[in-house]
Ligand binder design. Structure first.
Ligand code: GDP
Ligand code: MG
Length: 643
């Protein structure tokens, strides 16, 4: 705690008071004002959203004289009355106007900020604010009302007036009003940055005062508790000695001791005693008091003395809080920086830098798309690993269709004479009948091929879209446009492939292959050997085999299933590859090229600002982080001047 002699040694009994004592005032100003201003600056930039600032909170039982003390200190008439009057924390910022005259007050709460120049209006403005925040009636509210008063007649101080401690709810108050108020008071008094100004009237049993007990609870060592005794004029005759015991710290010891003040009583107010007059009367009261007059010399009595004392305490408190403030700012700054990294840097604010930024973003997306379609291995897993199982399924379907094809041809051959034979002689058969069988089977492959196409389109489209979401998580417009592009392109490409599939199937219905290919298959499938085996078996069948009625050996139709299955093998090979190839070409390769081109085109003549409009949530979050960072940076800069 600072103990500058210039501050401590002023003589409060000096007729002029500290404000007018020339050289002293200059020193006072030089020492106090910068700190008060620094805290003001911090408050103004909203640093309290991050950390607690040094302040003075006024605590006391209802009607202990809190508002009267504040009023005397500030020269401002605050709402008074019996019962609960202060229903929201009220931050009273007193600013001494150095050069100039006039009185200005600014009241702010929630979004409201109003300026007025008539001290008589304070009461109504504060009441209105309280009604807005805590509702009409007797409820309380945690929201802070801030009242800043600039005048040549006040000293630099910031105080927070809190609702008075109460035990019994009055009509209209919830049962737990006492607990609510205590909780609210503790919110302020428990912070180590707060100096607790405990107001205790002289005409009660001081030792059992709830306010003192609460203050001791949050500050057991009494490092930041100051007690003020009020209403010394109401002490019962003969009880003065008890009060002196209290003042000397013999009843409830407090490190920072007690200050005694006399404020305007109800009758003074009724008689319109001015604050200036009240100050004079107060001084006279103590000067003439047989037991208390020595307190004037010890600077432990009167409002002006209290005011100087408070300012000194506050400045000392600010000074001692600086290192911890600096450390907290540092910690918060690092945290905000880390968090900002998670919100990848947003678009530049300058329009001329937006175009290049958009290009960069789109290029990144374009690169990601081509990376996705790369054939090589990729750590992130390329698309082919998703597509391969679908193509494999197509191949399996084709492969399994061979068996049913063979079975169909076999049955056709066996039932040929009954079911299909026309004019041809026995053992002869019509090629067209078999050809139509091939056509039918090939035709049945169309739907599975189309299904494969749909499946693949689904996968590719999803992957492209996921990539778009990943690349533009914060730009809904851009995302919307590109997602639409992806869908359009895929639809276009799908219908192209559909057409190709129809064509392929129709081509296959031509039932055609080059002779060398067919010959090669015959060799590959050891068809000649199989044939010989068959003939041997047939000829070994004994007499039946040579029976004049048995045409089996002459009936070359029995070769048909084998011949056709060899042809179907060729169909299988062609379609097993072509269908995946045509799908890959259009749905993946071409689509990626188209998508990249379309995305690049977005850069030309685009409404860049609109494209880079951010998602409300992400944008807000980033803006908020930037604001916090700026606040903390300013605070850091400012605080470093003092350390
Ligand atoms: P609060 O509820 O703690 O804010 O108390 P107030 O400041 O409203 O004071 C309660 C009553 O005590 C008011 O009527 C004041 O005028 C009166 N009062 C405050 N201080 C003094 C004092 O020093 N002497 C006398 N006689 N009355 C006082
Ligand atoms: Mg009050």
């Amino acid at each position: 705690m600072d103990s500058s002699p210039e501050i401590l040694d002023f003589d409060s009994s000096d007729e002029n008071g500290p404000e007018n004592s020339g050289i002293f005032l200059q020193q006072w100003e030089a020492q106090v004002r910068p700190y008060i201003e620094m805290i003001d600056f911090m408050r103004r930039i909203g640093i309290e959203k991050e950390l607690a600032l040094p302040s003075i909170a006024v605590v006391g039982d209802q009607s202990s004289g809190k508002s009267s003390v504040l009023e005397a200190l500030s020269g401002v008439a605050l709402p008074r009355g019996s019962g609960i009057v202060t229903r929201c924390p009220l931050e009273l910022k007193l600013r001494k106007l150095i050069n100039g005259t006039g009185w200005t007050a600014i009241i702010s709460y929630n979004e409201v900020r109003e300026t007025f120049h008539d001290p008589a209006q304070v009461e109504s403005y504060v009441r209105r604010a309280q009604n807005m925040l805590a509702g009409d009636g007797v409820g309380i509210c945690d929201d802070l009302i801030s009242l800043e008063i600039t005048s040549p007649d006040v000293c630099d101080l910031t105080l927070i007036d809190l609702p008075g401690i109460t035990r019994v709810p009055v009509k209209g108050q919830p049962e737990d009003i006492g607990d609510q108020i205590r909780r609210l008071i503790l919110k302020f008094t428990s912070k180590k940055e707060t100096i607790n100004l405990v107001v205790v009237p002289c005409n009660v049993d001081i030792a059992t005062t709830e306010a003192l007990r609460m203050a001791q609870g949050v500050d057991p060592d009494g490092l930041r508790t100051l007690a003020i005794l009020t209403k010394p004029d109401l002490i019962d005759k003969g009880a003065e000695a008890d009060i002196l015991q209290v003042l000397q710290g013999k009843v409830v010891p407090l490190k920072k001791g007690y200050t005694i003040v006399r404020c305007r009583g109800q009758s003074d107010i009724n008689e319109n005693v001015s604050l200036v007059e009240a100050t004079r009367q107060e001084k006279e009261f103590f000067a003439k008091h047989t037991q208390f007059s020595y307190l004037l010399e010890e600077q432990r009595a009167t409002i002006p003395c209290l005011s100087t004392r408070l300012t000194k305490e506050l400045v000392g408190h600010i000074k001692s809080s600086l290192p911890s403030l600096r450390d907290q700012i540092h910690i918060h700054l690092s945290a905000v920086r880390v968090e900002l990294k998670n919100y990848s840097d947003g678009p530049p604010l300058e329009p001329e830098r937006m175009g290049p930024y958009l290009s960069k973003k789109i290029l990144e997306f374009s690169d990601q798309i081509s990376e996705l379609c790369r054939t090589g291995d990729s750590d992130t897993g390329n698309l082919y690993s998703y597509l391969r199982p679908v193509f494999k399924q197509w191949e399996c379907h084709l492969s399994s269709s061979k068996a049913s094809f063979r079975e169909s041809v076999k049955q056709m051959t066996e039932k040929y004479d009954e079911a299909h034979r026309g004019r041809e002689l026995v053992t002869f058969s019509d090629y067209c009948v078999y050809e139509s069988m091939v056509k039918k089977h090939v035709g049945d492959l169309k739907q599975p091929a189309l299904d494969t196409l749909k499946f693949i389109r689904g996968i590719v489209q999803k992957e492209f879209m996921v990539m778009c979401e990943l690349c533009f998580p914060n730009y809904p417009h851009l995302r919307h446009i590109i997602l639409n592009h992806i869908d359009d392109i895929q639809s276009k490409q799908e219908s192209k492939v559909e057409k190709r599939i129809h064509e392929y199937i129709n081509m296959e219905k031509l039932v055609y292959t080059q002779d060398p290919i067919f010959n090669q298959k015959i060799v590959d499938f050891k068809f000649v050997e199989k044939r010989q085996e068959y003939e041997t078996v047939s000829l070994d069948m004994g007499e039946n085999a040579t029976s004049p009625h048995n045409c089996a050996v002459f009936d070359t139709r029995s070769l048909t299933p084998d011949k056709l299955i060899i042809y179907y093998e060729i169909v299988y090979q062609r379609l097993a590859d072509y269908i995946p190839m045509v799908i890959l070409l259009f749905i993946l390769k071409e689509a990626a090229v188209m998508l990249r081109a379309h995305s690049m085109d977005l850069r030309d003549g685009a409404d860049v600002v609109k494209l880079l409009v951010e998602d409300t949530e992400a944008g807000r979050k980033r803006a908020d982080l930037h604001q916090r960072m700026e606040r903390l940076r300013l605070a850091q800069e400012r605080i470093s001047i003092y350390l």
